[in-house]
Structure formats: structure tokens, C-alpha cells
Design a protein around this ligand. Structure first.
Ligand SMILES: [Zn+2]
Length: 263
């Protein structure tokens, strides 16, 4: 089946002498692997399109037996020069692209992920987002958009509002990890000490009320809002742990040795 669609190149590789394969994220159908035969020689059909981090409109067909996809033509839309010239930003982008490739987004879920990815790249190209923050924000937002957004306003065990713990949070004890709230991945949301005595869910990650609110903010934010966000190191660590466990639990993915592994 032939189609023409806007896509971002997540990965590019060469095989044989002049042939190229691309791992595309297509706006309306998600991940597609396609082959550009003679691609490295053909500047006319694929002008500037056969490279990682290129946004282009691709015409994709298939071989005669329909067993694999063939790139027929590409029209370059944007090559993100502001990201290519900045190794620090490129590192963050690489992380996001690997995540998108690892999450098995179905056709229906492709469009929101595609939009989120492009908005993220556009924001990062035009402004600064903390290097430690961007992958965290992107992973959290993408996971929430898969319909997995946790309830961050009430304790999932007793229904007590999270802000009941605000006084506790600002007490001197707040400096320690025990501030009265935790995030239970298994239960899918916040848990409080008020209903669990001193024994919070053993597996729950400590989460300050500020961190819970930040997570709520991330869920409602768009990438254009992200440059405004600054987080204290402890809050960033808390959120990092919660988001990583959330992603591992719901999407079965863990970041190991520079790549996402299915667990
Ligand atoms: Zn509770």
C-alpha cells in the first residue's frame, strides 16, 4: 500500500554500497522502517532527507510481494540546524528519539506522540531546557498521553486530598525523605501516611507535595512551557525516580547502558 506522509527520521543506516534504511516515525501511523535503494546516490529523489533528525514528507511504497516498504521520494521540511550545531542538545534529542522508538505506539496513538515530539524539538531548538530535565519531562508527558496519567490530587488509598499534607511538607522534616506522601506505581497514584500509619506502601517512592504538583503541572503542560521550569536537585531526583518506575511499570521499558530495554 502506498502512502505519502510527514515523518521524522529516528534512525538511518547504510547497507550494501548505495542503499539506505530509515526508521521513521510517521505522523499518522507511528514507526515504519523503509528502504531507499540507491539512496546515497540519488540526490534528486531524496534531497537532504536521508539523515537522522530530518522532518520530511515521504512517499512510501512496497516491494512487489509487499514484504517490505520502499521509499520512493522525500521532500525536506526541516533539518533542525539549531539542534545539529549543539552537541548538548543533540544528546537530549537522542534520548527522546530512543524513547519514542522503544515505546510501541499503536497507529491510533501516533499523532499525539508525533506532535509532542515535534513540539519538543522545536522548543529545544529555540530555547534552553535543563539537560537533566528534558528527557524526564518528555518521558512523563508521553507516558501520560498514552492514557496512563495518574491521579495526583488524592491519596489512592484513603481519598484524602494531597494538599492536606502541605503543612507537613513545609515542616523541618521536609528536608528528609519522609514528608508524608509517596507515589505507588502499583496503586497508580499518591499514597499518604495518614491512612497507612508509619508504614507507607513499602514500594512507594517518597514524593513531596511540591513534586506531586510539579508532576501534575507536567501532565497539563506543553513543551513550550518547559523552559520556564527550574527544579531543586532533590525534587528532580524524586521526580526522576517516580517517572522511571512509572515508565518501567506501564511501558515495560528501562534505560540501561544508553538504550531502552524491554523488561
Ligand atoms: Zn491516604
Amino acid at each position: 500500500m502506498e502512502f505519502t506522509e510527514k515523518a521524522l527520521v529516528l534512525k538511518m543506516g547504510r547497507f550494501r554500497e548505495t542503499d539506505i534504511w530509515l526508521r521513521l516515525f510517521c505522523a499518522g501511523r507511528g514507526l515504519v522502517t523503509a528502504f531507499a535503494f540507491g539512496g546515497s546516490r540519488s540526490t534528486k529523489r531524496f534531497c537532504g532527507c536521508l539523515d537522522q533528525l530530518v522532518l520530511a514528507t515521504f512517499r512510501v511504497g512496497s516491494n512487489r510481494r509487499g514484504t517490505y516498504k520502499v521509499l520512493e521520494e522525500g521532500t525536506l521540511l526541516h533539518a533542525f540546524p539549531g539542534l545539529r550545531s549543539d552537541p548538548r542538545k543533540l544528546g537530549m534529542v537522542a534520548h527522546c528519539l530512543k524513547f519514542v522508538e522503544a515505546v510501541q505506539v499503536d497507529t491510533q496513538g501516533a499523532r499525539p506522540v508525533f506532535d509532542l515530539l515535534l513540539e519538543t524539538l522545536g522548543t529545544l531548538e529555540q530555547s534552553e531546557v535543563g539537560a537533566e530535565l528534558l528527557p524526564l519531562l518528555f518521558k512523563a508527558k508521553l507516558t501520560f498521553e498514552q492514557g496512563l496519567k495518574p491521579d495526583l490530587t488524592l491519596c489512592v488509598r484513603c481519598g484524602r486530598p494531597a494538599w492536606d499534607h502541605e503543612a507537613l511538607d513545609h515542616a523541618p522534616a521536609a528536608a528528609s525523605s519522609c514528608t508524608g506522601l509517596g507515589f505507588s506505581v502499583e496503586r497508580g497514584g499518591l499514597v499518604c501516611v495518614a491512612c497507612g500509619g508509619q508504614h507507607m506502601d513499602p514500594g512507594a517512592e517518597p514524593l513531596s507535595i511540591g513534586a506531586a504538583r510539579t508532576l501534575e503541572w507536567i501532565g497539563a503542560s506543553r513543551p513550550a512551557d518547559w523552559p520556564r521550569l527550574a527544579l531543586a536537585p532533590e525534587m528532580r531526583r524524586q521526580l526522576g525516580r517516580v517517572v522511571d518506575r512509572f515508565v518501567a511499570y506501564h511501558l515495560g521499558l528501562r534505560w540501561e547502558h544508553g538504550m531502552y530495554r524491554k523488561i
